[in-house]
Design a protein around this ligand. Structure first.
Ligand SMILES: [Zn+2]
Length: 316
């Protein structure tokens, strides 16, 4: 881009972001079922969604978010419930879900994740932390050089928290397989049929596929669908029902099918055009660069014969 145009572009972008920032009204916490609140993150700040779950004597938070949002939530949570926050669950290792970890442990909570979240952090950090700190004041302000690893991890398919008594709340932390990342954890409330998905299912074109196993991801979503959730609370975008899981799944299936067919015709990723019909079209990135990246990532998985995320790659 010529220098002048680029400067103009950046000025306009800054203006757009500033106006959006001025008008961005944080959505109020929304109670999904008694004792479960959905706290939608401000997408213009890169924040993910959070879910607050009230147990008999304590609170559980789904995702650590970025440090900036973690500090906001430290103010918001006591206005919802005065119980102490005991657990913060990282659904996966990505920065917008886990970089707030140290904020929560300093506040007295214990961070928890599926074990592969730590493996992922050990694989990619502290490079991603450093790159993010260079562009995000809230990460820089921690004064830390690396993401704090979750303090507690579970291995195997399930870790359960139970309130005492037959009518007490049950929370299941589930690992259903490698989908968006090798460490995706779901949070399932079997009595209320509420499912928190992290980025294994987002509502709309709000995902990156770099660390994914795109071929396995729909199988993971089928396992999630088999739970028959009434409420699906995604890592990004608004809440809904099982249609979030089927939409995310069909987008991935159509993407792989389309890329495979065009690769067979000898087309390179930058020559491919994938058309998505029906509800799955809602997951197609509106930004052409992001859509191109999705196609390239799918092509990489097909060509390499292994999960896209298992190939060396950089976060873009
Ligand atoms: Zn993610």
């Amino acid at each position: 881009m010529p220098r002048l145009h680029r400067r103009e572009f950046l000025k306009n972008l800054a203006l757009v972001l500033a106006v959006r920032g001025l008008h961005a009204q944080p959505l109020p916490p929304r109670q999904i079922v008694p004792g479960v609140w959905f706290l939608e993150g401000d997408a213009s700040k890169g924040y993910c969604n959070n879910i607050l779950i009230e147990m008999r004597d304590y609170l559980v938070l789904v995702d650590a978010n970025y440090p900036g949002r973690a500090h906001e939530l430290l103010q918001i949570i006591p206005t919802i419930s005065r119980k102490p926050l005991r657990w913060v669950f990282d659904t996966h290792a990505h920065r917008d879900h886990a970089y707030g970890n140290s904020v929560w442990t300093h506040a007295g909570a214990t961070t928890l994740a599926y074990k592969s979240v730590v493996d992922e952090m050990n694989r990619w950090e502290p490079e991603r932390w450093r790159a993010t700190a260079a562009i995000r004041p809230d990460v820089r302000a921690t004064g830390e050089q690396d993401v704090q690893r979750p303090e507690a991890v579970f291995d195997g398919p399930r870790f359960t928290l139970n309130d005492p008594g037959a009518d007490g709340r049950v929370i299941e932390f589930l690992f259903l397989g490698w989908a968006h990342t090798p460490g995706d954890g779901f949070v399932w409330l079997p009595k209320e049929r509420v499912l928190c998905t992290g980025d294994a299912a987002v509502n709309g074109p709000r995902n990156k596929l770099f660390d994914a196993w795109i071929t396995n991801w729909p199988r993971v979503l089928d396992r999630a669908l088999a739970l028959q959730p009434l409420h699906v609370l995604p890592g990004h975008g608004s809440s809904g029902g099982a249609e979030i899981l089927t939409g995310q799944r069909d987008f991935l299936l159509n993407l792989m099918r389309g890329v495979k067919a065009q690769a067979m015709q000898g087309l390179k990723p930058d020559q491919m055009h994938i058309h998505m019909k029906g509800p799955a079209a809602n997951w197609v990135p509106t930004n052409p660069t992001s859509w191109r990246q999705d196609i390239e990532t799918a092509a990489l998985e097909i060509e390499s014969g292994k999960p896209a995320g298992a190939n060396p790659h950089v976060w873009k």
